[in-house]
Design a protein around this ligand. Structure first.
Ligand code: ADP
Length: 331
């Protein structure tokens, strides 16, 4: 297996995504994120008119909002090749140099979790992004020589959960910075309706809306819940997914009225009960919940904060009144 193939295995496009064509292929089919889409359309059109490669793009936002999907859409829209990889896949500088030197003009290099590149690999990216050059070390020890090689003009698309996780020099080298927000239930409902068609499943509009409201504003969660609800309805021989089967299945999956799961509730209860509503620091929470700090900050907290259940202050996390009320209901 070539290095590139190995690196491509890190790509998040699952076989099922590919088979069912779950990922939309052009910008018009990408639901929601209207402001981002309209700006991106302009940048793509302008680069086509100028017959130039697109400026480097950083996509940031919580997991499952469509960063990988968008990067593929950009390659379809520009009609260029995309090479997908992820930050942790690069163990040494040479891996990146090999990939960069194999890029053709206008190609897109997509690096997911770009904040997880090691500093030495990250530094290799700087001249590549700015001057389309990369340093290559030939030989080792005292006889080692540094050679600079030119590479084709390419577009780097980086994806990360939070822009702040990137070092300043790397962040500044992205000419286009696009933030993905949580989706509203109406957009998620459309994603669910489109996905059920691809799954060959009938679903009532109100049932799709109910799943949408409980999907934490995230397409990946919406599609996952839909798949599990299909399982429940198939086993019960139901011809259509109705509100009743949605309610029943979500209850069995322990997803509550706000779409929160066991982990979310454990987090809220920990602040409410163990720390008297806060403030409590992230390190303390991480130790109490036996959960990695990154998971808490990138996966659990963003939605709870967006919903106003928790607030982040300089002294730590505080449960809001809404958070307290929610815990009362679910206790
Ligand atoms: P990320 O890279 O941000 O973690 P992905 O691009 O992998 O998220 O998206 C997760 C799933 O959600 C994919 O199956 C994708 O098809 C779907 N998805 C994400 N955003 C949209 C959207 N706007 N419209 C339709 N499907 C979407």
């Amino acid at each position: 297996m070539s290095d590139e193939e190995k690196i491509n295995l890190e790509s998040k496009e699952t076989l099922e995504d590919k088979k069912l064509n779950l990922r939309p292929r052009n910008l018009d089919k990408f639901v929601g994120q209207d402001n981002l889409k309209s700006n991106l359309k302009t940048y793509i059109e302008s680069s086509k008119k100028r017959k130039n490669n697109l400026d480097h793009i950083i996509l940031y936002g919580p997991p499952g909002l469509g960063k990988t999907t968008l990067s593929h859409i950009i390659s379809y829209e520009k009609n260029v090749n995309i090479h997908s990889t992820s930050g942790p896949a690069f163990t040494k500088k040479g891996d990146l140099v090999t990939l960069l030197t194999n890029l053709a003009e206008d190609d897109i290099l997509f690096i997911d979790e770009i904040h997880r590149l090691s500093p030495i690999v990250e530094e290799t990216l700087y001249p590549a992004m700015e001057d389309y050059k990369c340093d290559y070390i030939i030989g080792s020890g005292p006889s080692a020589r540094v050679m600079q090689i030119s590479i084709e003009r390419f577009t780097l698309i980086g994806a990360t959960t939070r822009l702040g996780l990137l070092s300043r020099p790397l962040r500044d080298r992205f000419g286009i910075q696009l933030q993905l927000d949580f989706y509203n239930p109406a957009d998620l409902k459309n994603i669910i309706l489109l996905s059920s068609k691809k799954f060959n499943t009938k679903i009532d509009e109100s049932a799709a809306f109910e799943i949408a409201k409980r999907s934490r504003g995230t397409p990946r969660i919406a599609i996952r819940l839909l798949k599990r609800i299909i399982d429940f309805s198939v086993v019960q021989n139901l011809p259509t997914i109705t509100n009743m089967v949605v309610e029943d299945s979500l209850k069995k999956m322990r997803i509550d009225s706000e779409g929160l799961d066991d982990m979310d509730r454990k987090y809220l209860k920990c602040i409410a009960i163990d720390y008297n509503g806060g403030p409590v620091g992230i390190e303390t929470l991480s130790a109490s919940l036996l959960e990695q700090k990154d998971i808490i900050e990138d996966v659990i907290e963003p939605y709870l904060m967006q919903q106003g259940l928790v607030q982040r202050t300089s002294r730590g996390r505080i449960l809001s009144e809404k958070g307290h009320n929610h815990i009362q209901i679910t206790l």
